[in-house]
Ligand binder design. Structure first.
Ligand code: ADP
Ligand code: MG
Length: 600
């Protein structure tokens, strides 16, 4: 047996194993050095990790990572920077159940080869003294005993000093720092229980004291984001999905804030990120993405970590099924939450959405409504009824109020209609004011009906008199290609000859009294939409039909019609947004209203 303090855990991998692990360059840039050193600290079981970056004259000059992990014995400290020396696996078989982030025994050797690296370490109780080793361009230049606290500090200076070509490929300081903070965000979110501090020239960039994922998100992204998060906890057939996702009212322009780890290992996987986005469906506008931090636990036999030398990619067997389960996990989490945007958020969604004009300070619109604007809808509505003739009728259902459904939207009471555009309502037994956009809500109702109809059979109604379309040659040339998709949604179109087409039937959701001008307009909009054949084209048609069929803003409704609309909305799968992702309703909390009236 070795003397105390000289025994160790690190071994050299055998040739067979070396030849089978995915080899390649891991030290591409300063951010990859940070990533490798921090992963080593995590593998060492650290509870606190500090990363200090120094820069001078526009370039990174030093990287220091300090941890309070298990440290190394003097013998291990000397082996650590030898290529293929690792304590994490002994043979290739171990790879299938590797729980550590590292396993190739190459990072320290690769970094030491292209920098001046100093490793100072002490293995807790086992070693009385610490040891310091220093390498320059891969050569050992110093080995000394030293006093130091248990744990490890690795300091890397003059990165790429002996590889000028690689140095030339470094980008600006700002770009390298952005890579580095991006890397650290992923690490922090995948290990929220660990305390992290990242400093740049002594300035704190990241400080996450260790806690839950929510706490980590709070420290990285601020309170507004944290408040929008809802928990995800889902056990599927293949995957267990756990973490947090943002409500639709808090979204981003791209998918870079979807953080995914697989079995605790942060991965960059576009398919998995898109699966998260897919869980939101039409709850978000097409060009918006959520914030999400999700850990996916899979049986280790389904995951191959040995794909890429930087280990940022993993290969997943049954990826299709896993993706579906991720989408389902997200959808279920959203469905179990009340997703109505509160006033502030709704205004933001409206501003984010390219489809609507920005609306200024909505909370104040209610302070003093012009006289007569909030109307009791009953009387005048009847005289105006003709105006909604060409739209789908909102038929009054006797038992509307009793119908169930609306899994997560509480029952609402109609208070009135504002400017013939919004239905004013309150939750039954509640005190908050809800403003419902009648057009957006009806669009949602019709869209869901089109999808439901589709599953059974397109709900189509024949026209008494076919609508004849005289099309330009270019329009006419697209029609044959579009006919199947139009058929799926409920149109029946027949060629007449000479560039003319007859529309014999239209989707039921367009209403009973179909107006020929409307049908022509709708079809020409569909023809010019340029959507490629496939499911997305059918969906685009459905959205256009729902929009055309829905009651317009500026249409007076009777109280019964308002009630029917709300009941139907409750029965849809996603009552909080229209198919284009705009909000259907906005909630004014009683406490905020009280605030406006200074009633505190
Ligand atoms: P790998 O992480 O793939 O094993 P590395 O080159 O990154 O390869 O590290 C080599 C070995 O050095 C590790 O297996 C581990 O035993 C030891 N080591 C590296 N960093 C630390 C640290 N911060 N704390 C304790 N041990 C470490
Ligand atoms: Mg490592």
């Amino acid at each position: 047996m070795d003397e105390p303090g000289t025994s160790g855990k690190i071994r050299l991998l055998d040739k067979e194993t070396i030849s089978r692990i995915s080899a390649g360059e891991v030290v591409e840039r300063p951010a990859s050095v940070v990533k490798e050193l921090v992963e080593n600290a995590l593998d060492a079981g650290a509870g606190r990790i500090e990363v200090e970056i120094t820069s001078k004259g526009g370039g990174i000059t030093g990287i220091r990572v300090t941890d309070d992990g298990c440290g190394m014995t003097p013998r291990d400290a000397e082996l650590a920077c030898v290529r293929h020396a690792t304590s994490k696996i002994a043979s290739i078989e171990d790879l299938s159940r590797v729980g550590s982030l590292g396993f190739r025994g190459e990072a320290l050797a690769s970094i030491a080869a292209v920098s001046r690296l100093t490793l100072t370490t002490r293995a807790g109780k086992e070693s009385l003294a610490g040891i310091r080793v220093r390498y320059e361009g891969g050569d050992l230049v110093l080995r000394e005993e030293c006093g130091c606290p248990p744990g490890t500090t690795v300091e890397v200076q003059d990165l790429f000093f002996n590889t000028p070509v690689r140095k030339k490929f470094m980008r600006s300081l700002a770009a390298e720092m952005a890579y580095m903070t991006g890397t650290m965000e992923r690490v922090v979110l995948s290990h929220p229980g660990v305390s992290f501090r990242v400093l740049h020239n002594r300035r704190t960039l990241i400080s996450s004291p260790g806690g839950t994922v929510r706490d980590a998100a709070l420290h990285l992204f601020g309170t507004e984001c944290e408040k929008s998060l809802v928990p995800v906890l889902f056990s599927g057939h293949h995957a267990r999905v756990e973490g947090v996702i943002s409500r639709p009212s808090f979204s981003r322009q791209n998918l870079y804030q979807i953080f995914i780890s697989v079995n605790g290992r942060p991965v960059l996987s576009r398919p998995l990120s898109l699966a998260v986005r897919e869980g939101y469906g039409t709850l978000l506008p097409a060009d918006r993405f959520p914030v999400a931090v999700l850990d996916i636990t899979l049986d280790s036999s389904l995951v191959d970590v040995n794909v890429h030398p930087t280990k940022r990619d993993v290969r997943i067997a049954r990826e299709r099924e896993v993706r579906d389960e991720v989408s389902l996990a997200v959808r279920s989490a959203l469905e179990s939450e009340i997703l109505i945007p509160e006033v502030e958020n709704a205004a933001r969604i409206a501003r984010q959405s390219p489809l609507v004009e920005p609306s200024p300070a909505p909370a104040y619109d209610l302070v003093s409504p012009p006289a007569g604007m909030v109307s009791e809808p009953e009387e005048h509505a009847f005289s105006e009824r003709r105006r909604i003739g060409h739209q789908a009728e909102l038929e009054v259902q006797e038992d509307a109020a009793e119908s169930t459904g609306g899994a997560f939207l509480p029952d609402m009471e109609v208070l009135g209609q504002l400017d013939s555009t919004y239905v004013l309502a309150s939750f039954r037994g509640g005190e908050d004011l809800v403003l419902v956009d009648q057009h957006a809500s009806h669009e949602r109702v019709l869209y869901d009906r089109l999808i439901a109809g589709d599953k059974a059979q397109p709900q189509s109604q024949e026209l008494l008199v076919p609508v004849v379309l005289d099309l330009s040659p270019s329009e006419a040339s697209i029609v044959p290609d579009l006919v199947p998709a139009l058929g799926e949604v409920g149109f029946d179109i027949e060629e007449f000859g000479g560039g003319s087409y007859a529309v014999r039937a239209v989707p039921v959701v367009l209403g009973r009294q179909v107006d020929p001008v409307g049908v022509r307009e709708l079809l020409s909009a569909i023809l010019s939409s340029g959507e490629k054949a496939g499911p997305s084209r059918i969906d685009a048609i459905r959205k256009m039909v729902a929009c055309r069929g829905a009651i317009k803003a500026g249409t007076p409704l009777t109280r019964e019609q308002c009630r029917t609309l709300l009941t139907e909305l409750r029965q849809t799968a996603h009552p909080f947004s229209c198919p284009h992702g705009r909000p259907t309703m906005v909630i004014f909390r009683k406490k905020d209203l009280d605030g406006l009236f200074l009633r505190t």
